[in-house]
Write a protein that binds this ligand. Structure first.
Ligand code: FAD
Length: 316
């Protein structure tokens, strides 16, 4: 074992609560994915920033995982350290601002806000992911996106500090922010949203309406990753995949949903390879039949082929 690997293994193994060779399927709503060399949950922003710096300085790859409702974790797992940022606090700052920890689940936030008579985050009932990842990907549902309601956010950086970014700094676009490219490696630890006071019953009614629309149009109560492809300009990816005749098509344990063709569902212990094969089929058929080159919305994390983890290599 090289001295560097021995050093990595020693300090990573010593992290409080760290799990070695941890199957990530256990930590992903989709229930798919190979192991992380090391996996840890962190809920303090400064602690996370120190960890980001230590990994950056030591050349240890670090991957963030939220609820795993958009990220397909590949079958070979993820090398290095996988971190779940777990601060789930919701703080009402004043009548126009709430602050969410990066680990807050948006459906829970939507329900909490409705109970407290806070309007503006009703759309979150349709986004079953964390606040941090939703800022990262500018998530949106039923007419509202994160960029419409975000005031500013705090990000932990690979330099070991935590800094504030305004809505403008985030450079939002359709399912995109600068955190995905220029600011790769920065992690959203908290975000403040512009809200307004309203009657609790009225907010709940709107939240329920979003939920009802979601249940009527999307596979519900089954494991999926949301929309597999972004909607192309002026059209819907789901309509195109359905028109290509692929609704209900199955590969291994994965299926193109019979309810909404832009969803792939994990019906029976699917592998990531099954999901990718269906996504590739949908992409290629839509291109062949309609000349539309669909762009993937789901995010791939890790390695396709099973490999010996660095945790295992470190002790081999
Ligand atoms: C049934 C269903 C319906 C959905 N509907 C919608 C919808 O209507 N609109 C929509 O936009 N999405 C939708 N999604 C997709 C998904 O819920 C969102 O993309 C959500 O924002 C992902 O959050 P997550 O915590 O699950 O992220 P993950 O899937 O865990 O991770 C996504 C990405 O975020 C990164 N990341 C994780 N945490 C952080 C952090 N703190 N800071 C920076 N980066 C981080 C990860 O490294 C990864 O690259 C749906 C998914 C499902 C299953």
């Amino acid at each position: 074992m090289s001295p560097e690997r021995q050093r990595d293994a020693a300090w990573l193994d010593a992290l409080p609560g760290v799990l070695r060779d941890e199957p990530l399927a256990r930590h992903s709503q989709f229930g798919v994915g190979g192991p992380a060399d090391w996996f840890v949950k962190v809920s303090d922003a400064d602690e996370l920033a120190r960890l980001l710096r230590r990994c950056a300085e030591g050349g240890v790859p670090l991957t963030m995982l939220g609820a795993g409702s958009n990220a397909l974790i590949l079958d070979g797992g993820v090398r290095g350290l996988v971190v779940r940022y777990d601060d789930r606090r919701l703080r009402v700052i004043d009548d126009t601002t709430v602050e969410l920890g990066g680990g807050c689940m948006l459906p829970r936030v939507a329900l909490d806000c409705a109970r407290r008579g806070i309007a503006g985050l009703e759309f979150g009932i349709g986004v079953p992911g964390t606040c941090g990842a939703s800022v990262y990907g500018n998530a949106g549902a039923f007419g509202t996106e994160i960029r419409d309601v975000l005031a500013d956010c705090d990000v932990a950086t690979p330099h070991g500090d935590v800094r504030m970014m305004s809505n403008h700094d985030c450079g939002f676009a359709y399912r995109h922010s600068r955190l995905k490219d220029e600011l790769q490696g920065h992690v959203v630890v908290a975000a403040r949203f512009t809200v307004r006071r309203d009657d609790a019953g009225a907010v709940r009614k709107r939240t329920d309406a979003v939920q009802a629309q979601r249940k009527a149009t999307q596979p519900y109560g089954v494991r999926s990753l949301g929309s597999v492809f972004k909607n192309p300009q002026g059209d819907k990816a789901g309509r195109l995949v359905e028109a290509a005749g692929l609704k209900g098509r199955r590969k291994g344990g994965a299926e193109i949903s019979a309810k909404h063709a832009n969803f792939i569902v994990n019906v029976d212990n699917a592998s990531a390879a099954d999901v990718l094969a269906l996504a590739r089929l949908a992409h290629d058929e839509v291109l062949r039949q309609f000349g539309v080159d669909l762009e993937r919305e789901i995010i791939l994390l890790g390695d396709a082929a099973p490999a010996m983890s660095s945790a295992t290599r470190a002790t081999a």
